[in-house]
Ligand binder design. Structure first.
Ligand code: ADP
Ligand code: MG
Length: 398
């Protein structure tokens, strides 16, 4: 699938461009504490400013549940954005109605306005046509660059796209689709997929879709223990889903049929007293094979690390979703950071998807050594599952 992008828009000087961005950023003490989502929107915003458009930005932040709530105001984001764009950013205290309309009317060419949180209105998440029509009043045309929200059919992502024309994507969405889509559909081979994280149930559709494309799949994280159980092994107190054993077995069968190499950890770091809050594990040891009761797998072991490292080293394309262990705790972060290092050092095209995986890469210090980090947690997973994203489908297609 290829959407039209802002490059396909003709002369837009003086036009009001209604832009959906993903400014759902973490706030701490009323300040933006991680600005990566703001940075990700800048190429599109700067291009539109340069072309003399009048920019009207909308986003959600958190879950205010359809009501105004100062805890979720986008006002601090307007300030942070102004600094990055090196120009003033006006802020409207509502995203529809007289306050929004008069703020839009005051815009001059190249000016930027940020509207208050669209989720202050229940119509946003309900994709209410009347609310979408109120939003649509504020623009002559529509740009969606909120990849992180594209998997939701909401008024500001899907509803308004149907009411304004042209309706195109910004550079961020275009880039996400290229890396998560084209580059994993026609990958340079060997194509190695690394999957980890907490649950098989969260990722099984992703595994299924990627079994069609990958040469090798490396499994880590708690997910590995469900596979091990399914194969008749013992996993002690590890986080595993016995009721997903069938699902795991059918994935293993499919891998065999497709000739996909499917690797599970041969050794694991186990502990006997995990306290996530305190960040402690109690006693730890490395075990091969079965895990006894009273012990819990928290990371891949050293043999597995070496094996995965060598597979990653000879890959041409790597897609990574899901940490190899409880990377939030230092003593069980080795596997995840070793894999991050291997991906960074490998001569491959590397794509990282998933919220916690991106956090892990950032924490590892290797983020500037990977080819692409997706900004959409849930959206990237759904896209990798092969689902159509409503916010993307609603845009003009090439
Ligand atoms: P992503 O957000 O990248 O898609 P997930 O949300 O699926 O990743 O999984 C991330 C979580 O999985 C992390 O919080 C991590 O602590 C947890 N996890 C990884 N390995 C284990 C394990 N062995 N036991 C329990 N939790 C684990
Ligand atoms: Mg996650």
């Amino acid at each position: 699938m290829a959407t039209q992008t802002i490059d396909s828009l003709g002369d837009i000087a003086g036009k009001r461009v209604l832009i959906r961005v993903d400014f759902n950023v973490p706030l701490k003490d009323g300040q933006v504490s991680d600005d990566s989502r703001i940075n990700a929107a800048l190429p599109t915003l700067n291009a539109l400013i340069e072309r003399g458009a009048r920019l009207v930005l909308m986003s959600h932040l958190g879950r205010p549940k359809g009501q105004p709530n100062p805890e979720f105001t986008l006002a601090p984001v307007a300030a942070a954005l102004a600094e990055k764009l090196c120009r003033p950013v006006a802020f409207a205290e509502d995203c529809i109605g007289p306050k929004a309309e008069s703020a839009v009317a005051a815009l001059k060419d190249g000016d930027v306005l940020l509207l208050e949180n669209v989720r202050y209105h229940a119509g946003e998440e309900k994709n209410d046509p009347a609310f979408a029509a109120e939003l649509a009043k504020l623009g002559d045309l529509y740009v969606n660059d909120a990849f992180g929200a594209a998997h939701r059919a909401h008024a500001s992502t899907e509803g308004v796209a149907k009411l304004l024309s042209p309706a195109v994507s910004g550079y961020l969405i275009a880039k996400e689709l290229t890396f998560l889509g084209d580059k994993t559909s026609n990958p340079d081979r060997p194509f190695v997929v690394i999957l980890g994280g907490a649950k098989v149930s969260d990722k099984i559709t992703v595994i299924d879709a990627l079994l069609e494309k990958a040469d090798t799949i490396l499994i880590g994280g708690a997910m590995a223990y469900t596979f091990r159980l399914a194969q008749g092994g013992k996993v002690g107190d590890s986080l595993a889903e016995p009721d997903k054993a069938e699902t795991a077995l059918s994935a293993l069968k499919k891998a065999k049929e497709k000739g996909v190499e499917f690797l599970l950890p041969e050794d694991n770091l186990v502990c006997n007293k995990l306290d996530f809050k305190a960040g402690t594990l109690g006693d730890t040891k490395v075990v091969e094979g079965d895990i006894e009761d009273g012990w819990e797998g928290v990371d891949i072991g050293p043999k597995t690390i070496e094996r995965y490292r060598s597979v990653i080293g000879s890959a041409r394309t790597v897609l990574w979703n899901g940490p190899m262990g409880i990377f939030e705790i230092a003593d069980s972060s080795k596997g995840t950071f070793a894999v991050a290092e291997a991906v960074a050092e490998s001569d491959c095209m590397s794509i990282i998807g998933g919220g916690d995986s991106v956090k892990a890469i950032n924490k590892s210090g290797y983020s500037d050594k990977v080819s692409f980090m997706s900004t959409g947690g849930g959206a990237s997973l759904e896209f990798l599952e092969g689902k159509e994203l409503p916010g993307v489908v609603a845009l003009d297609q090439v």
